[in-house]
Design a protein around this ligand. Sequence first.
Ligand SMILES: CC(C)(COP(=O)(O)OP(=O)(O)OC[C@H]1O[C@@H](n2cnc3c(N)ncnc32)[C@H](O)[C@@H]1OP(=O)(O)O)[C@@H](O)C(=O)NCCC(=O)NCCS
Length: 158
Amino acid sequence: MKIIDYNQSYTNEIPNLFTNTIHKTCNKEYTKEQLNAWANPNIDYESWEKRLDRTKPYLAVIDDTLVGFTEFYDDYIDCFYVHDEYQGQGVGKALMNHILDIASTNDIKKTRVDASITAKAFFESFGFVETRKNEIKRDNQVLINYTLELNLQNLSIK
Ligand SMILES: CC(C)(COP(=O)(O)OP(=O)(O)OC[C@H]1O[C@@H](n2cnc3c(N)ncnc32)[C@H](O)[C@@H]1OP(=O)(O)O)[C@@H](O)C(=O)NCCC(=O)NCCS
């Protein structure tokens, strides 16, 4: 597996992975209606393409197959998803260590994420600490997530 910079050959694979991962792995913590509000199965590829050109995610790939991706800009971790068939194999850890390397190179002192209920413990295992519980209203649904922060000063990479 390697972590690469975004390129446009993955423009459709990224929203496919995002949508599949949410529907297949977050269904214990969220209802079907909430999952649809979070990740509409009717994917709007055009708006994703615009978003990805702006956020330029980092991609985890195995033999050119996308197995995970994350967006990290300023001090904020936006999307962070690992393909359901590749979870528990170190892909998330590799993406997180990539973020921590970039943060270290750019002298970023603190980073922040709005984590799903599903992923909260993953971020906590890297030392992130909850600072807020959020109720996100979307399509007549209310989705719970948590803002977590990680102080990067004096941090040793996992
Ligand atoms: C959460 C997620 C990103 C983790 O990725 P992953 O590739 O499965 O994680 P890894 O295999 O790299 O695990 C890294 C470490 O985190 C721990 N970990 C992984 N998922 C965990 C979880 N849900 N709870 C607690 N610890 C977890 C692992 O035990 C491992 O610890 P170790 O290094 O001591 O063995 C992935 O499961 C996922 O995409 N989940 C669903 C989508 C989602 O909610 N994304 C986040 C939106 S904010």
